[in-house]
Design a protein around this ligand. Structure first.
Ligand code: NIG
Ligand code: FE
Length: 421
């Protein structure tokens, strides 16, 4: 089956040197104008001027005239918690009225309240709910996503979540990269036995996750009142011994040393980083750890301190942006919205923002050979936006400009009709 997109006004290819883009490279998008893209067997096989296209009228050929619109690579969301049950609207309201995220968590709300709801669903029910989250993301142009567990916090429920990720991935609407985040919070029944929970993660959960091949990465929420540096180090070193790559929730609410730990362990990414300063940025750069910045959570928690993306780019870090899609701190499935926040709140240019959620995000997941840019030989993952200049993607906000999503050469039927949450 061949799919041909014609009359592309701007084809934002992101083609370029291999590896993560840093510094000025983040602004170079390699845009082609008035071109067509030919996809065959799920891959991009040719890019040519629209005028050179000669229809062959083969029976297995579909033409889509995009009428001068913008086409980008399928967006890549390198940090999500998309498998969860319910919402946290009560806490949203409490925060508006003055309580803080940490206070609510300390009182038994926060992550633990989503854990209770997620544990209550069986695997099929959780799959149904998570599928709706994925459809929301697809409708916003995401075709590849990292997905963390972390709302199970028991061996049985963490495995259940990772199996849901695997089944969703098998439905093949998106590429999903599973991350084990058993150390997301201390569950209710271990509040007076933290060591016991860390042992459970290391001695029971990790071996089981590994035996079933359910995760590619391991993550820990390293934060005051959650997991300490020492606990995080022990869990991540154990994960590495099972062959998992490392990611880390680091220095989100307090400067607790997570970024330095990510550098020490040469993790793939250090995520959040709202609180880090110059010296931690240098450590990350020198260890080639990619910062994954999540402005949606700063926005939704009503906080003011966004991570210093401008400074990171100027220092030569390969910045990634992601949604952090989760019910507590960032209930948005939309990378275009995150791009808007990156531009207006973190002084990233529209080009840098797009680089950060395409090719750099792909590199952070070790997937740059197949996704993240529009190049012959790569997977045909494409998004058609209803605009004529890519800068309009972050410029318009609070609306969805996505017109069409193509995954592995197939136009997706965006069935999302508004989830009844
Ligand atoms: O990335 N920081 C830890 N985890 C999530 C929040 C999860 C939740 O509140 O449910 C985050 O912000
Ligand atoms: Fe997160």
């Amino acid at each position: 089956m061949r799919l041909i997109l014609t009359n592309i006004g701007q084809l934002v290819t992101l083609a370029g040197a291999k590896g993560p883009r840093v510094g000025d490279q983040m602004r170079s998008l390699s845009i082609l104008e008035d071109v067509a893209v030919v996809c065959e067997n799920g891959k991009i096989v040719e890019i040519l001027p629209s005028g050179n296209l000669r229809p062959t009228f083969r029976s297995k050929e579909a033409y889509v005239d995009v009428a001068g619109r913008v086409v980008t690579p399928g967006l890549i969301d390198a940090h999500t918690h998309l498998v969860f049950a319910g919402t946290r609207i009560e806490e949203y309201e409490m925060r508006i009225l003055g309580s803080s995220y940490s206070e609510i968590a300390a009182l038994g709300g926060g992550i633990r309240s989503t854990v209770r709801r997620t544990q209550a669903l069986d695997e099929d029910e959780l799959l149904d709910e998570s599928r709706q989250h994925l459809e929301m993301m697809l409708a916003c142009g995401t075709t590849t996503a990292e997905v963390k567990s972390g709302y199970g916090l028991s061996k049985k429920d963490e495995l259940k979540i990772l199996r849901v990720v695997r089944r969703l991935a098998e439905e093949a609407r998106a590429d999903l990269v599973p991350t084990f985040l058993g150390a997301h919070e201390i569950p209710d029944e271990y509040r007076s036995d933290r060591d016991g929970y860390v042992r459970l993660v290391i001695e029971e959960m990790l071996p089981a996750v590994s035996a079933e091949g359910l995760a590619r990465y391991c993550d820990v929420f390293c934060e005051e009142r959650v997991f300490s540096l020492e606990e995080a180090r022990a869990i991540l070193l154990a994960a590495r011994s099972y062959g998992l790559g490392l990611r880390l929730h680091a220095d989100q609410l307090t400067l607790s040393g997570g970024a330095a730990l990510a550098a020490e362990l040469r993790a793939a990414t250090a995520d959040h980083l709202e609180q880090i300063g110059e010296s931690e940025m240098t450590l990350l750069r020198d260890a080639e750890v990619m910062p994954v910045l999540l402005p949606g959570s700063v926005f939704h928690l009503g906080l003011k301190k966004y991570p210093l993306a401008r400074r990171m780019i100027d220092l030569g870090l390969a910045v990634v942006i992601a949604t952090d899609f989760n019910p507590g701190s960032s209930p948005t499935p939309s990378l275009p919205m995150v791009m808007s926040l990156a531009c207006t709140q973190m002084q990233m240019t529209p080009a840098e923002a797009l680089t950060a959620c395409t090719i750099n995000a792909a590199c952070s997941l070790g997937m740059e050979d197949s996704v993240g840019s529009i190049e012959v030989g790569k997977q045909a993952d494409l998004v058609v936006f209803n605009c004529t200049d890519y800068r309009q993607i972050p410029y318009f906000f609070g609306m969805n400009l996505v017109r069409m999503v193509i995954k592995r050469g197939k136009v997706l039927d965006l069935a999302f009709d508004g989830k009844r949450i």
